[in-house]
Design a binder for this molecule. Structure first.
Ligand SMILES: C[S@@+](CC[C@H](N)C(=O)[O-])C[C@H]1O[C@@H](n2cnc3c(N)ncnc32)[C@H](O)[C@@H]1O
Length: 272
């Protein structure tokens, strides 16, 4: 993808402090970032790391791809900042300092691994008590669908709703500005994380959900051209953003949560 010059492999070299703030902290939920320890998880490419470094944070980036991490160093050199880059898998963060990060910022990449809870467990091990974990993921109801699923009356859902199932995701304009270019690259393979696997995985690893944002198209191009991307995303938000706080002492008792799930899977009415 780096060689194909996908949009998310292009470093942000145009940031000011204000633009950096708008990029990663527009809602102000992260507070003052100067001096904070920030882990940009599976976030190579020189976008988020550059913004946090400009805002004075102490930044570490973990990514599987050396090509992506080189973009983080390119952006750091451009701004005269320092970022630590670590090649690694988001499913194993044991090489990082434990209980250390004030913020873990995880842009779209959770859907590249089969089990979201495995990643949440790793984030729990490196984040400080009270730290903020922000991640973006696919809306599981929309993963694998595009505007081409338009039938003339609606967008047809054809795929089974199951966690950890591999889904072929065709590339859109948000990956390649020029779709003709993108068609030369095989579609990405992603995994569906159902709503319950996301929420239960977070709760079982000690995270409180503080806010959920659904990235829906409200651009106002109404009436949308039927079957267009704008039309599709006005009906089905393709992405969700979770804001969580690591507060294990406040999370529900794991045993009772498991008992509840077992009852549910036997189709018994759980106590409410
Ligand atoms: C869509 S990009 C997101 C990052 C980018 N900075 C952005 O702004 O969108 C997905 C990133 O996840 C990384 N990635 C995929 N699987 C990974 C894994 N198992 N562990 C760590 N990084 C992974 C890829 O190398 C890529 O840099």
């Amino acid at each position: 993808m780096v060689q194909a010059n996908a949009l998310f492999t292009r470093p942000r070299l145009d940031l000011t402090k204000e633009a950096a703030q708008a990029f990663v902290n527009s809602e102000g939920l992260l507070g003052q970032l100067s001096g904070k320890r920030v882990l940009c998880l599976a976030a190579g490419g020189g976008q988020q790391s550059a913004a946090f470094a400009i805002l004075g944070a102490e930044v570490t980036v973990v990514d599987l791809s050396p090509g992506q991490l080189a973009k983080d160093q390119q952006a750091a050199a451009h701004y005269g900042t320092t970022v630590r880059t670590v090649q690694g898998d988001m499913r194993d963060l044991s090489g990082l300092p434990q209980s250390s990060y004030d913020v873990v910022w995880h842009p779209y990449s959770l859907n590249f691994v089969p089990q979201c809870a495995q990643v949440f467990g790793q984030v729990a091990s490196v984040i400080k008590l009270g730290g903020i974990y922000h991640f973006m993921c696919a809306n599981p109801h929309a993963l694998g669908m595009t505007e081409s699923d338009w039938t003339g009356e609606g967008f047809l859902m054809r795929q089974p709703y199951q966690a950890e199932v591999k889904v072929e995701q065709p590339y859109q304009g948000f990956v390649f500005a020029d779709p003709a270019h993108g068609s030369a690259v095989p579609p990405s393979l992603e995994y569906r994380h159902t709503l319950s696997s996301l929420v239960n995985g977070l709760v079982e690893h000690g995270f409180q959900i503080r806010r959920l944002t659904e990235v829906v198209n409200e651009a106002g191009h109404v009436p949308y051209e039927p079957g267009s991307w704008d039309h599709f995303t006005s009906i089905v938000p393709p992405w969700w953003k979770f804001w969580c706080r690591y507060a294990p002492e406040a999370s529900v008792d794991e045993t009772s949560s498991r008992a509840y799930n077992q009852k549910e899977s036997r189709n018994e009415m759980p106590n409410t």
